[in-house]
Structures are given as C-alpha cells and as structure tokens.
Design a protein around this ligand. Sequence first.
Ligand SMILES: [Zn+2]
Length: 382
Amino acid sequence: MFIHAKKKLIGLGSVLFFILAMPHYGSTDGAIPTVRVKVFHDVSTLHIEGRDIQLVDTYRNLYIFRNPGISYIIISAASNGIMVNKAVYPARMVTLIFSGGAVRINGTLLRGHLEIAHTDNSHLIVVNEINLESYVAGLVNAEMPHNWPLEALEAQAVVARTYALWQKSRHLDQYFDMENGVMDQVYAGADSEDSKGWEAVNATRGQIITYGGKPILAMYHSICGGETENSEDAIGYKYPYLRAVKCDFCRIAPGFNWKYTVGFKSLADRLITKGYTLSEVYGFKILKRSRTQRVMTARVITNRGNIDLDGVTLRGVLGYDKLRSTLFWIQVKNNKIFFSGRGFGHGVGMCQWGAYGMAKKGYNYRQIIHYYYKQVHIERFY
Ligand SMILES: [Zn+2]
C-alpha cells in the first residue's frame, strides 16, 4: 500500500485510504467525534503564523520542515510538490504541527489537526479535522449573533451538531465531511468561538436531533417569511420531519419583507453569463407555486424561446442576496420586473429568526426544535 500510494499521488480520492491509516498528531477527546472541514479551497498561497511549526509529509510520515519558536511561513503549490518559504519539497500533502493549541492561516485562527494538500500545480486546499464540540462552538457564533438569547443559541448548537453528523455519515468516501460556506454551514474558525457560544454548546453537549434513531437532515435558514417549506418542494425529497409550519416568530426580523427590481436587459445579461442562449428578454411570469406559495417555476420569455427556471436557479441567476427567497410576487411593467417578497433563505427546517422570536417569548431550545422539526427526538449522542 505504501509503494502504491507513493506512485499514485494524484487525486485526493486515491490517497484517502492511505490518509485514514496515518497517525494523527492533533489531540482529540476520544469520546467526541471529529469532523473534517475544508477550510480553504483552491488557494495559491497560505500565510501561516504559529509557534514551533513543523511540517510532515503525510504519506511518507517524514518531517520536512521545523521552525522552533514563533514563526511565520509561506506555503504555495509548486509543479512537483509544495513550496515552503521558497524551497520546494516533493510532497503532495503535509500535516501541520504546532504548539500553543492554535495556528493562524490566512488570517483565520484554527485548532486541531490540519492537512494541506496540493490539488494542482497552483492550488492548495486545507482540511481541518476538529472535534465536533469545537466545530459547533465556532459555528454558533458565525451563524447567530452572540447577543441573541441563550435558548436560541442552544437550539442552533443542537441543529448544527446534528447537521454536521448527518453530513459526516453522507461523505464517508470523501476526503472531507464539510465544505465551508453557505452551501454547508459557515465555520469561521476558532476566532468566532466566544464564551456564550461555548455556553450554548456545553449546555447541550452531545445532544442531537434524531428520527428513527438516526441524525436528521437538520436544515435551517435565516427567515422563513411566515411559513417554512416542505422539503419535497424545496429539495425534491420528502422527509417526514421537514414539514411546513406556520411561523409568526420571525416577523420581527429586519428584512422580513424585501423588494428587488431588475430590468429585462440586465436579466438577459445575467442569463447569457450563465450560459443560456438569448439576446433579449420580452417577458417574465410565474408558472408554478408550492403549497406555501413559494415560486417553483418561473418562465422567461426571450427572442430565442421560453426559458423555464426553478426558483432556486432563478435565485442563483439574480443573486441569492438580491432575490432573497422564492417567496415572492411580481409586477412586470416598463420592461422591468418588480419583485416583492418575504423571508431569506430556502425556508426548510428551523427559521433562525423564528428561533430568536421564540426564545424572546420564553420558549426553551427543546420547544424551538420540536416546533420546526416534526416527530423527532432530542437524544444524547455522546
Ligand atoms: Zn419564521
């Protein structure tokens, strides 16, 4: 296996098996599961600051670099390996070892086990293996303002922990469990841990949401806009616990109502950028709504025929922060589309501003969770 791995140091997939067999240098509590988060993706250069930095060739388990004391190093991808402070080492992946418990990479403070891998001649990725409780502490404050009521933060901690375990169970064949960003959860590193985040994590330590004894797909979003969405209408798959529920609790959210206007010309330009064939837009209408009134299909009438887009694709074309949800109504006049809508995000699962509103009204984190996820249990997983 060793020789085979040395000869085939190409894609990450081929080396995964080997990595799993490698010793881990970071300290982890055996009782707490770890998650692997891709913290940097396709970067060309990494600026690393830390104490007693050492780099180990992950495949060959050989030290290639040591720098005692406080150090600052620059790593970049090279055609035949990894360049560390201008010296090229023939390694496709290195494990970063440091003392002091944390290291800063491109400005982000990170703890735990870190691997840097060469993806091509000019790009690197960084994968951080971290214990789940630290990961959730970092997430809670990235996902919710720290001045929110503790019960809302506790609900977010249980939801984030559950989501992470669900992702982990799905990605067993991948090099990492979690992307980092809006597609998964937003992990901002150890900088975003604070005492209130840890308080919410510790108060709910190890607790997850289950259905049939397994972690649920604990989807969540910012503002539902009055009613959450049935999973089948948003992601095409019916989960018994992701049912539409009325939610008035998020009405206090800034941005509960929104407006957005786009001209036909601008819509045409954006569609062309996304690869659609047209030169002019003549009209726009809504073809289909879900039971909660979210737009499932919209039609753009163009000089090259009709383009039917599902609501999520339309949000991608116009920008997720412009068309803030698919819960909108339109007026078309003077070659412009006037959108007026409610909510922010996909609308499935827990409404974060709704959790805030519930906590303000005195509901506890268990009541918040049971409100947004149906027929579930809250169980201690470890
Ligand atoms: Zn809501």
